[in-house]
Design a protein around this ligand. Structure first.
Ligand SMILES: Nc1ncnc2c1ncn2[C@@H]1O[C@H](COP(=O)(O)OP(=O)(O)O)[C@@H](O)[C@H]1O
Ligand SMILES: [Mg+2]
Length: 310
């Protein structure tokens, strides 16, 4: 979320150092960050400040143009559905700057793990820490947590009777009660190059556009983590590329992403870290190039040999 005025850099830094944090309104019309600031697009959704009547301030936040590592730590997380143990004892520590990819065979527990991280599912045992903070699985904490993560599933989950814009606005206004909901929605539509489609209902959009709207909705809340569960698995190759491009572009903004994917080429190119999930365990969690070049476990070697064969 936006930083408070008391933590604003003009209170902390000499005047000469303030300049790089500001953009002139004319610069906002150029479509891309004119000075290499990852936070350029965020300026569009910054509320006006009495301190900067003629300029738009880029609020300081963790997502600065100097990426900071984010951390996910799982200790002995377990989950059983009925008598079927899905996560047996998941432990891993991941530190990454932008993207961690969960990959592994179907049924291995990736989606369950993602839903537990999203606070949508309770683990039976174990602990999860996000950026060092333990996630407590009690309703009040979970409600607050869910407001800080954006989740996109394979099926778009858009309301069919609402336009793209209304789909994005609805949670911003009714759940998060952002006073600047319209500016946020406009900014995120522009950022994902969807402005031309705001008035269309999901049935009038292509699969790729629908999934981009779902990503826009998740991003509009400015989430601490964007969690994507196989966002391209229902799409044809061209639409897959369109959505993967959007995800890759998020690196520029410093948005942390947790991605469940079967797109090995994309994970290899874009992820910093890979967690290999199989048979209810995270069997390896390592840097992406390390995982793809030198998988440590037999299970990972077999999996990669199978999926990279064709
Ligand atoms: N809500 C649920 N109720 C019962 N079984 C479930 C539920 N969610 C997942 N499972 C089962 O857990 C196993 C792992 O599922 P999942 O986490 O979706 O794996 P993956 O995403 O790796 O394919 C599967 O066998 C699935 O059928
Ligand atoms: Mg899954």
């Amino acid at each position: 979320m936006f930083g408070s005025l008391s933590s604003a850099p003009w209170n902390k830094r000499p005047r000469s150092e303030q300049r790089p944090n500001w953009l002139l309104p004319s610069e906002l019309t150029r479509g891309r960050n004119p000075r290499g600031h990852a936070e350029f697009r965020r300026a569009c959704i910054a509320p006006p400040s009495p301190h900067c009547p003629s300029q738009i301030f880029l609020y300081p936040s963790r997502k600065s143009h100097v990426p900071l590592p984010v951390t996910i730590e799982c200790e002995r997380v377990e989950k059983t559905f009925g008598d079927h143990p899905v996560l047996r004892s998941v432990s891993f520590h991941a530190t990454f700057e932008h993207t961690i990819a969960f990959i592994g065979p179907s049924g291995g527990g990736k989606s369950t793990l993602l839903r537990i991280i999203a606070g949508l599912e309770h683990p039976d045992a174990g602990t999860i820490r996000l950026n060092g903070r333990p996630l407590l699985y009690e309703e009040k904490t979970l409600r607050a947590h869910r407001r800080k993560v954006g989740v996109v599933f394979q099926a778009y989950n858009l309301f069919p009777h609402l336009t793209a814009l209304q789909n994005v606005l609805l949670p911003l206004e009714k759940v998060h009660r952002f006073p600047d909901a319209h500016q946020r929605a406009a900014a995120v539509f522009e950022r994902l190059r969807l402005t031309a489609h705001t008035g269309k209902k999901p049935a009038q959009l292509s699969g790729g556009q629908r999934q981009r709207v779902a990503i826009a909705r998740a991003l509009a809340i400015d989430p601490d983590f964007l969690l994507l569960d196989e966002p391209t698995s229902a799409l044809d190759p061209e639409m897959t590329a369109e959505v993967l491009e959007v995800i890759a572009d998020l690196r520029e903004t410093g948005q942390p992403v947790v991605l469940v994917t079967h797109e090995m080429g994309f994970a290899r190119e874009t992820a910093d870290q890979v967690a290999f999930v199989a048979e209810g365990f995270v069997q390896e969690c390592t840097e992406a190039h390390e995982f793809f070049n030198r998988p440590r476990t037999e299970a990972a070697r077999k999996f990669l040999a199978r999926v990279l064969k064709y």
